[in-house]
Structure formats: structure tokens, C-alpha cells
Design a protein. Structure first.
Ligand SMILES: Cc1ncc(COP(=O)(O)O)c(C=O)c1O
Length: 378
């Protein structure tokens, strides 16, 4: 049987990995500055990660939310400690799209309203509601098209105010902590504050999608914490499991839970929680928020004023480098000639760099040297 051919793959086959490196089936070494779409947070095959998952698997791997799973509470406690959201509750699920799906549902259940505001450049996932508030018509099937989702320009305070003035049916506003697929676009502090203010005034729910920007990537636990705002619901995935499929939402105390309101078969299973607990323990023990900030600043300092770099947008280790031309050829050359993986974005000139949070300065220096060398040839 062939695979349904939806992914334009690069010609690399990782066979073994450690930290920020992996090796292909021939033993060729690659420097991973992409982490499989921002998923690898504490480095490939971190010993704590391997230990927690292995130990858990040797005891029990799975049961559904039909029995007590105390490791879910341990994850919630660690999340409280690292994020500071001590009066929020946690709902666990399996993927980023599913987290947003639940966030949007909850906003609508809670307010009794229907409309969700999202922004130009947004990516919130591929399931029904998540894709309906994703700014990419190519991935929105006719069945997902809905008048319940209102697109507004990103970082435009006036457009947001006008929409709230004229639309009484707004259940919530969803915004990425930092837009990832949209090209590492950072919401202004004033914009996030305005979302919070308007949501509070109009009985609407402020949803921060921290699926890519959360779990320490920005140098704070959540990217919106740089702006000092407190969303009502925060969605998480990607770095949360360092590769194990796990996701969740943090829910403000204003939401009331009731049996059956949300649910999932796999969400919060023992193994997913062991993976998440390993990520949280390593982030804390190895001070990875600080490392993300320091190494991000260092990499960006190396790339300042270099030929063919037009702009760099970043917070911590979520970095978008705008070249003077489309970046695809440069990415391919980085893979083929220098054995380094980077990402792209919907803005064709943007090279997206999303290394593990414990990447070393010497590794990002290697990358900066390679990139500068390539860019000097154009
Ligand atoms: C900001 C954001 N939200 C949601 C998603 C969807 O996550 P998943 O692919 O786990 O469904 C992504 C994935 O790229 C994302 O970057």
C-alpha cells in the first residue's frame, strides 16, 4: 500500500537522534534547527524523557479517562509552577488542532454565542473549527466554511474595536502567542491588551494559541506573558511532549466544568503525561527558559547586518529570518551542503528557526556561519 501523498518531503531519513543532532541511516550527522515543526523542546531522546516514558511503559502505558490517572495531577501541578497560572484548570487532549477545537467550543458553550474572531496570517490547525479560523483557503474544505469565523487584520486595534461595536455575537478571539506558520509575526503588547480589554467588556473569551510559541520557546513559559496579559484559555501542544502526541488547554476559573462537556479517549493517558512531565522537569532543572532567551539573542546578534538578511523577528528561540529573496533554495543548500535543518513559513522569504530549547551556543554559531557563507554567494 502506498502512502497518501500529501507531504513534500526532504530527502533525509533520521535513524537515531540525541540533543540537537540526528544521524541518518548511513551515519551522516545533521544539526536540527527545526525540531520537527517546533516539537522538540528538550532535545531528541533526552535521558530524562527516555527514563520517564520507559518506566511508565513498564508499569502501565494506557488507560482512558474512566479511571484515576494521578500523573495528570502531577503534570497540572508542574504546569502551575512553571506557568504561574495557579487558579486555572487543565484539560488534556492529543494535538494542537484538538486543543483549539476544545478552546473554541468552550468559548461558545460559556458565552452562548457563535462568532470567533481570528487574524490574517493565523494558523490554528486542520480540524473543523480550527481550520475555519486559519488564514489559508487552500486547506479549508467546503464543509469547514462557516460564517461563524470573522477574519480581521493582525495587530489592528481599530478593526478589532469596530468589529466588537457592530457584532453582538462574538464568543471569543483566538490569537497565536507568536504567529508561526504566518512567518514569526509578533503581536504588539497594545494589541493583546486590547483583545483582553474588549473580551472582558463584551463577555467574550480571549484564547491564546500557544501551541507553537508556548512551553518556553519564547524565553517565557508562554509568549503572551511578554505582554503581561492573562488569556481566558491557553492552548498548548508541540513542545509539550517533545514528540509524544499530547496537547491541552489551560482554563480560567470563570469556566464551569460539567461531566461530558469535553472529552477524549486518548487525551491525558499515562505515557503522554510521562512525556509531558519529563519536559516540564527538564525545563525547570536545566533552566531552559533562560537558555532559550540567551541563545536566541546570541544567534540573532551573529546575523545582524549580514548580506541578504532584510529583517529578523524573534522572541527566544522562535526566530524568523527574512531574506532578500525566497528562502527555499537556501534551505535546500543548508540541508545538502551543511547538513542542517531549518523551516519555512507562508511568507516565502522567511527562514524559520526553531531549535530545541537546550541548543548550545556553539551549535547556533555553526548555523550562523553556514547561513552567512551561503548568503554571501548571492
Ligand atoms: C499555532 C498553531 N496552532 C495549531 C497548530 C496545529 O497543531 P497540530 O498540528 O498538532 O494539530 C499548529 C501547528 O503547526 C500551530 O503552529
Amino acid at each position: 500500500m502506498k502512502l497518501f501523498d500529501v507531504y513534500p518531503l526532504i530527502d533525509v531519513t533520521p535513524a537515531k537522534a540525541e540533543g540537537s543532532y540526528f544521524w541518518d541511516e548511513n551515519g551522516t550527522e545533521y544539526l536540527d534547527l527545526y525540531g520537527g515543526h517546533a516539537v522538540i523542546s528538550i532535545g531528541h531522546s533526552h535521558p530524562t524523557y527516555v527514563k520517564y516514558i520507559t518506566e511508565q511503559l513498564n508499569n502501565i502505558g494506557f488507560y482512558s479517562n474512566y479511571v484515576k490517572i494521578p500523573i495528570q495531577n502531577q503534570v497540572a501541578e508542574q504546569l502551575t509552577k512553571l506557568s504561574g497560572y495557579d487558579d486555572y484548570t487543565l484539560f488534556l487532549c492529543n494535538s494542537g488542532a484538538e486543543a483549539n477545537e476544545n478552546a473554541i467550543k468552550l468559548a461558545s458553550f460559556h458565552t452562548g454565542k457563535k462568532k470567533i474572531i481570528y487574524f490574517s496570517g493565523a494558523f490554528h490547525g486542520r480540524t473543523a473549527a480550527a481550520v475555519a479560523c486559519t488564514d489559508n483557503p487552500k486547506i479549508v474544505a467546503p464543509v469547514n466554511q462557516s460564517e461563524n469565523f470573522v477574519k480581521l487584520p493582525f495587530n489592528d486595534l481599530e478593526a478589532l474595536e469596530n468589529e466588537f461595536k457592530t457584532n453582538p455575537d462574538i464568543a471569543g478571539v483566538i490569537v497565536e502567542g507568536i504567529q508561526g506558520v504566518g512567518g514569526v509575526q509578533i503581536p504588539t503588547t497594545a494589541f493583546l491588551q486590547k483583545i483582553q480589554e474588549l473580551c472582558n467588556e463584551n463577555n467574550a473569551v480571549f484564547i491564546a494559541d500557544e501551541i507553537q510559541s508556548g512551553f518556553g520557546r519564547s524565553g517565557k513559559f508562554f509568549a503572551h506573558q511578554h505582554a503581561g496579559v492573562t488569556p481566558d484559555i491557553i492552548s498548548m501542544a508541540k513542545g509539550m511532549g517533545n514528540g509524544f502526541p499530547v496537547a491541552g488547554i489551560l482554563i480560567s476559573p470563570k469556566f464551569k466544568a460539567s461531566y461530558g462537556l469535553l472529552g477524549t479517549t486518548f487525551g491525558g493517558n499515562f505515557l503522554a503525561c510521562a512525556a509531558t512531565k519529563a519536559v516540564l522537569d527538564v525545563i525547570e532543572k536545566e533552566n531552559l527558559l533562560q537558555n532559550a532567551q540567551e541563545v536566541g539573542d546570541y544567534l540573532v546578534s551573529l546575523l545582524q547586518n549580514q548580506k541578504n538578511i532584510k529583517e529578523i523577528r524573534y522572541q527566544g528561540l522562535m526566530i524568523g529570518i527574512d531574506l532578500a529573496f525566497p528562502c527555499n533554495e537556501v534551505r535546500t543548500r543548508l540541508v545538502k551542503e551543511y547538513k542542517m535543518l531549518t523551516g519555512n513559513a507562508s511568507t516565502p522569504n522567511t527562514l524559520r528557526v526553531l531549535p530545541a530549547l537546550n541548543v548550545k551556543k556553539e551549535d547556533v554559531k555553526k548555523f550562523a556561519d553556514a547561513l552567512i557563507q551561503i548568503l554571501n554567494e548571492y
